[in-house]
Design a protein around this ligand. Structure first.
Ligand code: ZN
Length: 98
C-alpha cells in the first residue's frame, strides 16, 4: 500500500453561503430603519419598528434570523421572512414579489 497520493487539496475550498457580516439590529437602529416582515403563506406583511425590536432582542441579533422568531399575525404561520426596510428610492411603495 502506498499512501503518497494526496488528493486532499479539493477539500480546501469551502463555500460559505452565509455572509460573515449580516445586518444586525444595531445597524438598523443607527439609521433608524425598521424591519420588513413578509409571510410566505398568505403574503401578509408589516414593518416593525427597530426600537421595539431592540428593546426585546440583542442589538447584535442578525436581521435575517428574525424570521425564525416571527409568527404571522394573519394566518399564524411561522413561514416569515425578514429584511431591513431600506427606504426605497423616490419614496415609492415596497416592491411586490409578484
Ligand atoms: Zn400569514
Amino acid at each position: 500500500m502506498v499512501f503518497g497520493s494526496m488528493d486532499g487539496s479539493k477539500n480546501l475550498k469551502i463555500e460559505r453561503n452565509e455572509p460573515s457580516n449580516p445586518t444586525t439590529l444595531a445597524d438598523l437602529a443607527s439609521e433608524n430603519i425598521g424591519v420588513f416582515c413578509w409571510c410566505n403563506r398568505c403574503n401578509h406583511n408589516a414593518e416593525l419598528s427597530i426600537s421595539s425590536l431592540i428593546s426585546i432582542l440583542d442589538p447584535l441579533f442578525p436581521v435575517p434570523k428574525l424570521g425564525s422568531l416571527m409568527r404571522c399575525s394573519a394566518c399564524n404561520a411561522q413561514d416569515v421572512v425578514t429584511r431591513p426596510a431600506w427606504p426605497s428610492p423616490g419614496g415609492g411603495a415596497i416592491a411586490r414579489h409578484d
